[in-house]
Unconditional design. Structure first.
Length: 691
C-alpha cells in the first residue's frame, strides 16, 4: 500500500522493489531479500548531483573520494570504476553507455575517518564515466578477527575451519595452491603455524583479488568527466582584426596581409590567434567611427553586425578575401604552431540572408517589423537577435549548430562565443554536446561578463573556458580572493578561467592611468596566475586612451574602423611578452591552476604566490614563485614568505633565487626575505629557486 512521505513503513508490508539508476526494475527484491550493508555516499567530485560533468584535459588525474562504511567492525574493500565512452554520432540517446568500453577498476585506499579515495588518468579527449562500488571483505574481516583472538591467546581452531571454508568457496578446483592453504588450516599442525599461514600477505592479496561482490553497494549515480585537449587548460591567446593589417586605412586588410603578421605573433610565444567575426557586414544602420549612429562612406561597420547580400555566418567578408584565402591563413598559422580561433556571434544584421529566408527566426513587433537588439539605454539598430523560442526552433538550432560544423570543416576547432548568456542555457548544452560527440577536441570560450552564477552555469553547460572578472580585479586583495575562488573551490572542477588582460570592449582605468608599468604587471599577472590568458592587439603598444573620461571603450575603437599600427614603435612590450611566454612553456608549474597558492607579504599592495608541478616536495619538481607590485604609480617593498619547508629547505639555509624574466639572481636565507619593486625598474619578479 502507498505510504506518504514522512510516514513510518507499516509492519508486515511487502518491501517495495528497488530500481536501477535508469529507473528499470532490478533483481533486488529489497533489503530483506538482499541486504546491502555497505553505505557509499558523498562522492567527490560531483557537480549538482551528477547533473553536469567535471572537466579535465588529456593526461590529467581525476581524484575521487567517497564516504564508505558499514555496521559493525568488518573490513571493507571497494573500487573506483571508470570507462571512456565512444565518440561519434552513433552513440545512443543516453550517452551511448551500451556502447561503452568495459569498466576499469582501481582499488580504493582508506584515507581515514571512513573516507576512501582513488585516482585514474584520462588519456584521450571525449567523455568518461566513473562511480564507486564497495563491499564487505569477508576474508579480510576473518583474518582481522583471527589475529585479534590469537593475539589474545585464545583458541582459534573453529575460526581456522571457517577460514578454510571461505577459501574453498572462492577457490576453483584448479587453484591447487589455495586449496593447499585450506587443507593446512584444517590440519593438526600447531595453531601458530596455521595462523601465520592465514595472515600471509600473498594469501591476502590473492583473496582480495577474488572478492565476493554479490551484495556490494554501488554509488547511486554514474558521474561524467569531459576530457578536452591540453590546449583547453593551457594557452596564450592573441586577438587581432585582420582588416587592420593594411597600410591603407581607407581599405580593409586581407587575409593574405594578415598572414604576414603571423610569424611575429608566433615569435611572441602565443598559441592561439583569435579573430573577431570575419563575415560580410550589414549596411543597414551601419555604425560609424566611435560607435556613432551615422556611418560615413568609408566606414567598414562593426564585424558583429553579421550578414549582407554576400552571405551570412558561413561566408567571408569580400574585403578580407575568399574562403580559400582563409584556409591558407589557417594553414600558415598551423605551420607556425598557432591555432586559429573564430568569434561566433549568433545575431544578424538586417541584411542577413536569414532575415529574408527565415523571418520566423526573429522576434517581431506588433506592426510586423523585426526587433533590433537593446540593452537599455543602449540600442543596437544594426543587429537583430534570434528568437530561440520560435515555433521553428528545431530548424534554427540546427542551423546554428551547423555554423560551428562548417568552420570545423575549414580547420577551426576553437571558438570564442559572443554573449552566450543572452541565449538559452539549454541551447548551449545541446549544441556543444552535439559537436563534441564527433569533435571531442573542439574548444568553446564563453564571453559572458555577467552575474557569477550565470557564468558558472554556462561553464557547467559545456563551455570549455570562460572569460572572468580578472580585468576588474586589480588590487592584491581582490586578486587573492578572486583567484582563490576560481582555483580552490568547487568552481575549479568545471570552470576554466581565461584571464584576458584587455579586450576590444574593455580598457580598464588601471591601464588608462597606470602607463607602461600597469601594462607590464597586468601581463605578468595574467600569464602566471592563469594557465590560459590573452591580450587584444594594441596591448603590446600600451594603447590606453578611452573614448571619453569614465568610459572603458577605446578612442577610435577598432570595432568600428580600420586601424593600422606601427608594431615597432618605441616603448612596445614585445620582448617582455615573448619572455613571459617562453617562461610559461619552459615551466610546467605555470601550465595549470590547481597548485596556485598565495603567500604572506608585509606590504599590502604586493602580491606573492607560487605554482608547482604537482606538490612541492624538495625532489626537484618545478616550482615558480612570483612577487608583483599592484600599484604602478608607487614603489612597494616588504618581506615575503617562502614555503621553504615544503621545498625541503632547512630554516637557516641560504639559497639562490633567479628571476626568469632577466636572469638576475639573489641570495635568500630562510622563509622571510626582502623584496623591493620600483615601477621605474620592474613591476614583478618571477623566481625559481636554485638549490
Amino acid at each position: 500500500m502507498p505510504v506518504s512521505p514522512g510516514q513510518p513503513y507499516p509492519l508486515g508490508a511487502a518491501w517495495p522493489a528497488s530500481s536501477a539508476r535508469d529507473g528499470s526494475p532490478t533483481d533486488d527484491a529489497g533489503p530483506i531479500a538482499n541486504p546491502r550493508r555497505v553505505v557509499v555516499e558523498r562522492l567527490w567530485p560531483e557537480i549538482d548531483g551528477g547533473r553536469f560533468p567535471v572537466k579535465r584535459t588529456v593526461g590529467e588525474l581525476v581524484s575521487v573520494s567517497v564516504d564508505m562504511f558499514a555496521d559493525g567492525h568488518d573490513v571493507l574493500s571497494g573500487v573506483l570504476k571508470y570507462r571512456c565512452l565512444p565518440a561519434g554520432p552513433s552513440r545512443g540517446p543516453e550517452r551511448g553507455t551500451e556502447l561503452a568500453t568495459q569498466w576499469m577498476e582501481v582499488p580504493l585506499s582508506d584515507l581515514g575517518d571512513d573516507r576512501w579515495g582513488a585516482t585514474f588518468t584520462v588519456t584521450q579527449s571525449g567523455e568518461y564515466e566513473y562511480t564507486v562500488e564497495g563491499w564487505i571483505d569477508r576474508f579480510g574481516s576473518w583474518v582481522q578477527g583471527l589475529l585479534a583472538k590469537s593475539g589474545a591467546g585464545q583458541d582459534v581452531g573453529s575460526e581456522l575451519l571457517e577460514g578454510a571454508q571461505l577459501i574453498e568457496q572462492i577457490a576453483s578446483s584448479q587453484d591447487e595452491e589455495l586449496l593447499e592453504v585450506a587443507d593446512l588450516l584444517r590440519s593438526t599442525r600447531p595453531q601458530e603455524d596455521r595462523v601465520s599461514a592465514a595472515a600471509d600477505q600473498q594469501l591476502r592479496a590473492r583473496m582480495r583479488a577474488r572478492p565476493d561482490r554479490n551484495r556490494s553497494t554501488s554509488y547511486p549515480r554514474v558521474l561524467r568527466v569531459t576530457v578536452d585537449p591540453v590546449r583547453a587548460r593551457y594557452s596564450a591567446w592573441y586577438e587581432m582584426f585582420p582588416r587592420s593589417s593594411t597600410p591603407d586605412p581607407a581599405r580593409s586588410g586581407t587575409f593574405r596581409e594578415a598572414e604576414a603578421r603571423l610569424p611575429e605573433i608566433a615569435a611572441m610565444g602565443f598559441d592561439v590567434v583569435y579573430l573577431p567575426p570575419i563575415h560580410p557586414i550589414g549596411r543597414t544602420h551601419r555604425k560609424g567611427r566611435n560607435n556613432s549612429l551615422a556611418s560615413g562612406p568609408g566606414d567598414p561597420g562593426s564585424p558583429w553586425a553579421i550578414g549582407a547580400e554576400e552571405g551570412g555566418h558561413t561566408a567571408v567578408d569580400p574585403g578580407l578575401g575568399t574562403l580559400d584565402d582563409f584556409d591558407r591563413f589557417v594553414d600558415t598559422a598551423s605551420h607556425l604552431g598557432l591555432d586559429v580561433a573564430l568569434d561566433i556571434a549568433f545575431q544578424a544584421s538586417p541584411d542577413h540572408p536569414w532575415v529574408r529566408e527565415h523571418p520566423e527566426w526573429f522576434r517581431h513587433r506588433p506592426d510586423g517589423s523585426i526587433k533590433y537588439a537593446e540593452n537599455p539605454p543602449k540600442k543596437y539598430q544594426d543587429i537583430y537577435p534570434f528568437d530561440f523560442e520560435t515555433a521553428d526552433r528545431e530548424s534554427l538550432w540546427c542551423a546554428l549548430r551547423d555554423v560551428f560544423l562548417f568552420w570545423i570543416s575549414h580547420g577551426v576547432k576553437i571558438f570564442r562565443v559572443d554573449n552566450p548568456h543572452t541565449k538559452p542555457f539549454a541551447f548551449w548544452e545541446w549544441c556543444i554536446r552535439e559537436i563534441k560527440r564527433t569533435y571531442p577536441d573542439a574548444i568553446f570560450l564563453s564571453e559572458a561578463f555577467t552575474r557569477p552564477k550565470v557564468m558558472r552555469h554556462l561553464a557547467k553547460a559545456g563551455f570549455t573556458q570562460s572569460y572572468t572578472y580578472f580585468t576588474w580585479r586589480n588590487s592584491a586583495a581582490e586578486l587573492r580572493d578572486y583567484l582563490t575562488e576560481l582555483t580552490r573551490t568547487e568552481v575549479a572542477e568545471y570552470l576554466r578561467p581565461n584571464l584576458f588582460a584587455n579586450t576590444p570592449d574593455i580598457l580598464h582605468e588601471f591601464l588608462q592611468h597606470g602607463g607602461r608599468p600597469a601594462f607590464e604587471v597586468r601581463l605578468i599577472l595574467a600569464a602566471t596566475l592563469g594557465a590560459s590568458y590573452g591580450i587584444y592587439s594594441g596591448f603590446e603598444l600600451c594603447e590606453n586612451v578611452p573614448v571619453r573620461p569614465g568610459s572603458e571603450e577605446y578612442l577610435d575603437s577598432e570595432k568600428y574602423q580600420i586601424k593600422p599600427r606601427d608594431w615597432n614603435q618605441p616603448g612596445h612590450l614585445k620582448e617582455l611578452i615573448a619572455q613571459i611566454n617562453a617562461v610559461r612553456r619552459a615551466h610546467p608549474a605555470l601550465q595549470q591552476n590547481a597548485t596556485l597558492r598565495f603567500h604572506g607579504c608585509s606590504a599590502d599592495a604586493m602580491l606573492c604566490f607560487s605554482k608547482s608541478e604537482g606538490q612541492p616536495d624538495g625532489a626537484g619538481g618545478d616550482f615558480v614563485f612570483v612577487v608583483a607590485n599592484t600599484t604602478p604609480a608607487h614603489l612597494q617593498h616588504g618581506w615575503v614568505e617562502v614555503p621553504i619547508g615544503e621545498l625541503g629547505l632547512a630554516p637557516d639555509t641560504s639559497y639562490i633565487v633567479e628571476d626568469l624574466l632577466d636572469s638576475a639572481t639573489y641570495t635568500w636565507r630562510g622563509a622571510r626575505n626582502y623584496v623591493r619593486l620600483d615601477p621605474a625598474e620592474r613591476m614583478a619578479h618571477v623566481f625559481v629557486i636554485r638549490r
